[in-house]
Design a protein around this ligand. Structure first.
Ligand code: AMP
Length: 277
């Protein structure tokens, strides 16, 4: 696996790729787990030239958030990526990434930034837009892979890239979970053993809530009930528990392609998850 730590060497390597080969990008913030690896395996299985980026993007964190303690383990990440025969790993430096000129792209906030995670994390989507525009301008992949665990992010990136005229096809991939059902996340390592036991209950409650919605129970009442259940189970705060359509519009009982979205806290740790309803 080739490791590039600057844009110049990356571009030299990308120029060597055969013209008819599909170039795929999987952007990550590192501390890789099986969720990340599932995206990479998909690209590798399709015999695409697979580029993984590792960059902890400070712009998508709020001032009170976990930027300073975000987990890092580059050595293990490299081992995992080498095993999967990733073609190229891009680990850019902050200065070089943020010096890269992207002024030709006119990013205007999208409507979907004002819902779900955008409400209590106002820096998040502008920060994601910034790094996505930088990475996609530098690499210009044919395809890119995003996890459904961060469904709003996937939908945001897909909409943003289309609006700005990037060629990349944006592909979503299912959420990989622990045996308990807990969605894998680099942030899970913040949890104590006691907190993990609480976290494990999120997926169970989402499934119970889903069942009630599918049984045509009143959606608002069912959501209110499960917000309470979550708080009683030890979650310390609920950012949201909402049903929306696959394109993130408000959903009612008759809408097709619904998803149940949750963002919850256990003390300092914020967890998100969603399931198809
Ligand atoms: P991150 O490193 O958290 O920025 O995530 C990088 C990519 O991996 C994003 O597209 C995430 O949605 C995806 N991802 C993270 N966790 C999972 C998971 N449990 N299952 C599937 N994809 C995931």
């Amino acid at each position: 696996m080739k490791i590039c730590k600057n844009i110049r060497s990356l571009k030299i390597d990308l120029n060597k790729i055969q013209k008819n080969k599909c170039l795929s990008l999987i952007p990550t913030m590192g501390y890789l787990h099986l969720g990340h690896l599932s995206l990479i395996k998909k690209a590798k299985k399709r015999k695409e030239f697979t580029v993984v980026s590792i960059f902890i993007n400070p712009k998508q964190f709020g001032p009170e958030e976990d930027l300073d303690k975000y987990p890092v383990n580059i050595k293990h990440d490299i081992e995992k990526l080498t095993k999967l025969k990733v073609d190229l790993l891009f680990i850019p430096k902050k200065k070089e990434i943020f010096d890269y000129k992207i002024s030709s792209y006119r990013y205007k906030p999208l409507k979907i930034e004002n819902i779900l995670c955008g409400i209590n994390r106002p820096n998040y989507f502008p920060g994601v837009a910034d790094i996505i525009i930088r990475l996609f301008s530098i690499i210009n992949p044919d395809k890119s892979y995003f996890g459904e665990k961060d469904f709003q992010q996937y939908f945001f990136v897909k909409t943003l890239l289309k609006k700005l005229g990037f060629k990349s096809k944006v592909i979503s991939s299912k959420t990989i979970r622990e045996k308990s059902g807990l969605a894998m996340s680099s942030r899970n390592q913040y949890l104590s053993i006691k907190e993990i036991k609480i976290a494990n209950k999120l997926y169970k409650f989402l499934k119970l809530n889903k069942k009630e919605i599918n049984d045509k129970k009143n959606i608002s009442k069912s959501l209110a009930k499960y917000k309470n259940e979550l708080l009683n189970a030890g979650f310390t705060k609920i950012d949201y528990l909402e049903v929306r359509t696959d394109d993130l519009r408000k959903a009612n009982i008759n809408s097709n392609n619904k998803r149940l979205f949750a963002a919850v806290f256990i003390n300092e740790t914020r967890l998100i998850d969603n399931i198809r309803v």
